[in-house]
Design a protein around this ligand. Sequence first.
Ligand code: GLY
Length: 391
Amino acid sequence: MFNISKPGVSAARIAVIGGGVVGLSIAWRLGQQGLAVAVFEAGACGREASWAAAGMLAAQIETEPTEEGLLPLARESQRLWPDFAVELERATGIAVGFRDEGTMMVALTRDDAEKLRFTHDLHRRMDLPISWLSAAEVLAREPHLNPRLSGGLFSPLDGQVDNRLVAQALVAACRKAGCDIRENSPVDGVEIVDGRVTGLQLHRPDQDPIFHPADIVVMAAGAWSRGIKGLPARSRLPVRPVKGQMLALRMDPAAPLLRHVVWAPNCYLVPRRDGRLIVGATTEERGFDRTQTAGGMLALLDGAWRALPGIEELAVDEFWCGFRPGSRDDLPILGMSDTEGLILATGHHRNGILLTPITAQTIVAAIVSGRIPELIRPFALDRFQAAAVSA
Ligand code: GLY
């Protein structure tokens, strides 16, 4: 088990693989403690999943029946978000669009309402503060929703943040905290000698990789984590890309069609303060295929139009796709690995933005103290090894 004493950590060279919100927030927190951190990002920081996301902070309402184990971590991260946003804004002057109006989930037909009641039973069993709303109560909160809808749920604790601004702010915060941000620096592999990390092999086009020494390596490469070479078989990460296509429409910011985040039967709708209305998302198992399809756009627009008919008049602003890092059980992979000095912070799947503050807090605590915080123990990589042995 990795264990490094405090004086050891203060002199350690730390390398983070991946400049998304997870890698950047870990680097920021380490930099704030005066530690030497370099972040290696294959392209531009924050331009992959952190860019593609919708920024929903939905620990309560996005709970899936198979992901109940995530709830304590997700709720703790949601609790941290308001202060995290304020601290980031104070550090950089960049407002990150944190909003806490609450989130609604609506049923359009009687069938949808039956399904929603079933989902609400699950919420009640988990003691989540989510309430049932009649159709009239939904429409009183959001008058532009389809007037024929049949009811909904209201989750006062779920909100949103503008993920693109968060990524931008984190880059600025990292630089202020003295982190060395290396963009356009793809990592080929991790160098390991006698079971211990010694550094990274950095990719160079048409040349041999160049070695970058590091005592601690944090793997935060999201959907690309599995492709980083050099890890022993037992530490290989079962993470795959789960494609999501999304689009943005443009509302009048002075008269937005929507104020709350709304989950409808085949899409979710996320209104930004600047008038953008984010519509997401498809869920596709297609590897790293970046094709933006007519079918994807059709499904999103159809779902959005059924819930919010007024979108018909809105301009289409943008259409994009991204890759959620999905692990074998769709839960994050956090903590130490079998390789000394290699720390894991990947596999955040649908919850990367939500889980950013708690991931940074717990991973930094693990690095500084050499001990794994209780909250992330269920998310260790060895849960897959245990499953393989008992199968
Ligand atoms: N968390 C929203 C999504 O994965 O589409």
